[in-house]
Design a protein around this ligand. Structure first.
Ligand code: SF4
Ligand code: SF4
Length: 391
């Protein structure tokens, strides 16, 4: 296989926030201190070496890049101030931009002014698009789907979901091809026969169930802020609450549509707190808003090692998540008010526009970690499973 050397790689990585790692002389301090290095004597410094010598394909095919949770312990011990923890974070940003064929992720990460203008423009587009077809704002209670038709939101949402799934799938396939090529994993070894499928299923459970949803390594191995931080501020919990909250809200929205389809209730109407979709939505909303708020405080005040450097894209994602969560609660309050307050209609329009933008931009922001990390952890778990003929 031909090895391509990219002499611009290090400079490009610096645009994504990496420090100058040329001074790294592979002393191994970072490896010795990293709680996630396992028995890998080259983690994380091998990734730095790839950057130094310009091995882009090796870097983009490194599943190990995604096992780092940016605790920063390695950076504190680096004698050359190469900041390996921040390097790993920057390399993941670079990878997200490289797997994305549209170039949007790169703009959001490296051109803050253009990225912010784009984000405002997309939200304004969705709001104007919905408002252009808006109906009356009156009645004794809020009639949200008379103001913006349910069909319009439904079909716009489906269009956005299709764009999200296509963009996400392209990124995941590109990443998986990089990792599979580097690790010599063939399609046959993943799905070729019952033994291979069983091995794949075990690796998928480990990556999605145990690590991504259960946060096992983050919870048990990353001891950066424990026991100094109380449980409610621990990074793994904040991370988990944000992910669980997001997934819970998504499930509650689907459940709401399901109840409407079954004729049990109309979407966008006030229902008792004990309705499953309302209960799940409320718990998930609190979880999301709490998690995102702590993340924002940490970033604004640079309270954790991982919050020392923030890109405009990081803030964009947090802002979109927070606005979506908080305006969702504001709509709930408006729904229970008598006299259909006018502000409820405007909050609803804003909420829908921002939620659409959030979904559309997910694969291009830090949320892309939720797609790429499970893939990397899958390959990592797969490598630990005995091959079918050896089992
Ligand atoms: S501690 Fe610093 S100098 Fe040593 S290997 Fe890690 S990054 Fe390089
Ligand atoms: S930031 Fe933490 S998890 Fe990541 S490489 Fe450094 S020590 Fe390991």
């Amino acid at each position: 296989m031909t090895t391509i050397v990219d002499t611009d790689l290090l400079g490009d990585l610096q645009k994504f926030g990496a420090a100058d790692v040329n001074a790294c002389f592979s002393c191994g301090n970072c490896t010795a201190l990293c709680p996630l290095s396992d028995n890998d004597a080259t983690f994380p410094r091998r990734m730095i070496r790839y950057a130094q010598v310009g091995l882009t394909d090796e870097l983009l095919g490194s599943k190990e890049l995604w096992t780092c949770y940016h605790c920063g312990l390695c950076s504190d011990s680096c004698p050359t101030e190469a900041d390996p923890g921040e390097f790993m974070a920057a390399a993941r940003r670079y990878a997200v931009a490289s797997y994305d064929p549209t170039g949007l992720a790169r703009i959001l990460y490296t051109r803050p002014v253009v990225g912010t203008a784009l984000a405002v423009g997309i939200a304004a587009f969705f709001a104007l698009f919905m408002y252009a077809a808006s109906g009356p704002q009156d009645g004794s209670t809020l009639a949200l789907f008379e103001f913006i038709s349910e069909d319009l939101i439904h079909w716009t949402g489906i269009g956005v979901m299709i764009a999200l799934v296509v963009a996400g799938a392209i990124g995941v396939v590109r990443m998986a091809r990089h990792v599979a090529r580097r690790d010599h994993v063939s399609l046959r070894s993943v799905i070729g026969g019952r033994a291979a499928l069983a091995r794949t299923a075990r690796a998928a459970w480990s990556s999605i169930g145990v690590e991504s949803l259960g946060q096992r390594r983050f919870r048990e191995d990353c001891k950066d802020d424990a026991p100094a931080e109380p449980l409610y501020r621990r990074r793994w919990l904040i991370h988990a609450l944000t992910i669980w909250g997001f997934l819970g809200l998504f499930a509650a929205t689907l459940m709401d549509w399901g109840l409407a389809l079954l004729g049990i209730k109309e979407t966008g109407t006030a229902i008792p707190i004990w309705y499953p979709s309302r209960l799940l939505g409320t718990i998930a909303g609190i979880s999301l808003v709490y998690g995102v708020t702590i993340f924002m405080i940490n970033r604004a005040r640079r309270l954790t090692r991982s919050a020392q450097t923030s890109t405009a894209s990081d803030w964009l994602l947090l802002a979109l998540l927070w606005i979506t969560g908080v305006t969702g609660f504001a709509i709930e309050i408006a729904l229970y008010q008598s006299g259909a307050p006018a502000w409820g209609y405007w909050v609803f329009l804003f909420h829908v526009a921002v939620a659409m933008e959030l979904m559309l931009l997910l694969p291009f922001t830090k949320f892309a970690h939720a797609m790429y990390r499970p893939v990397a952890l899958f390959f990592l778990a797969l490598a630990k499973e005995p091959r079918p003929q050896e089992a």
